[in-house]
Design a protein around this ligand. Sequence first.
Ligand SMILES: C[S@@+](CC[C@H](N)C(=O)[O-])C[C@H]1O[C@@H](n2cnc3c(N)ncnc32)[C@H](O)[C@@H]1O
Length: 213
Amino acid sequence: MTHRPTRWELAGEGNRGYGAKFAQLVAEGSDVDGEARLADVLVPRGARVLDVGSGMGRVSAALQARGHRVVAVEPDATLVEQSRRTYPDLEVIHADILEADLTGLRASVDLAVLVGNVMVFVAAGTEREVLRRVRATLAPGGRVLVGFHPVDGPTTARDYSPDEFAGDATAAGLRVDHLFGSYELHPASPDYAVWVLSRDDAPGAPTSFGHAL
Ligand SMILES: C[S@@+](CC[C@H](N)C(=O)[O-])C[C@H]1O[C@@H](n2cnc3c(N)ncnc32)[C@H](O)[C@@H]1O
């Protein structure tokens, strides 16, 4: 398979501030678990969680500390090294989600997380493919937590409107159940989008896909 460079990878040193920022926050003992707290309430205890674009590992580590079985996937070698140094007990698969061997995870994941702007950093034109790969890992009843800046995010990221993302999620076999404005479940807002998706064959109906943007 031809490697398609992610927007994160193309930015090169332009993205190094992320790792340095979280290294400092962890060293200061600051709270870096916000996304993980929301993820934790979406699953039963001891759930299987797939963290796509796990970065320096903070979300995976926080979920592992809460007793979940976490698979972390991250293609950036510098971040994988930082993650292994910061959280030695967390196993990280060093790969792009489009290239990682996910056969062992097929239809087994209770929750996939793509938080902290992962979806606006994937390689151009691969958004649906990424979501389809994630969909294939989901157990019946499995869900996906996604969070990104739809506009005015990091300079090297793309803009991604809620309507376009919802269309891509639907095309990938996912259903939009909720759209919030933060990981603390504020109402939908143009500044940040937090999505809860499920398999399109899941029972129930979407409840709060806000169209107020
Ligand atoms: C801003 S960082 C967020 C990291 C982490 N999720 C967090 O919130 O701390 C975005 C991450 O997405 C990763 N990423 C981008 N495209 C990816 C892909 N196709 N597969 C896996 N990770 C990807 C990047 O390598 C980068 O580590």
